[in-house]
Ligand binder design. Structure first.
Ligand SMILES: [Zn+2]
Ligand SMILES: [Zn+2]
Length: 150
């Protein structure tokens, strides 16, 4: 893979570090989601993620997948969620903390925990993002939320 030197490369890994990945360039978008799928699959109150074109992802190590969510076979940590054209990365799997990525939008706000407040400057959506185009432009997490809603 050819990386222009000016492009940012972010590294990520699972908890035990058997799985590592990198994404090159800036993400297409960064979001937070409170939907049921994000809660269950993360085991947390919400998920924070960023989405890159899948062509910018390089990953090593053994994973299993459930749906399109992949996780380390040793430690079970979520790593990437790869669809046909996009790779969603949980912000918590990135190696540099804090990450320099700030969510631009927040989904399924009706499921937000009462002790959390809307992120200032993040676009708020009751359910999924309403992109101008079709479902093919929604993030994998948003797509699974759509599925659930249907
Ligand atoms: Zn692991
Ligand atoms: Zn979600």
């Amino acid at each position: 893979m050819v990386n222009r030197r000016s492009e940012t490369i972010r590294f990520g890994s699972c908890y035990c570090r058997a799985v590592t990945f990198r994404v090159t360039g800036e993400p297409l978008r960064v979001g937070i989601c409170h939907c049921a799928d994000c809660r269950k699959t993360s085991g947390s109150a919400f998920s924070a993620y960023a989405v890159w074109p899948v062509s910018t992802l390089e990953q090593t190590g053994q994973v299993n997948t459930y749906g399109k969510r992949s996780f380390c076979v040793t430690c079970g940590s979520r790593v990437t969620f790869v669809s046909d054209d996009e790779a969603e990365v949980m912000l918590g799997s990135l190696d540099v903390v804090p990450s320099d990525l700030t969510p631009q939008y927040e989904l399924w706000t009706g499921r937000r925990e009462n002790w959390l407040h809307p992120l200032p400057e993040a676009q708020q959506f009751d359910h999924d993002r309403q992109p101008p185009a079709a479902v093919s432009e929604t993030a994998p997490a948003e797509r699974s939320a759509l599925r659930k809603q249907a």
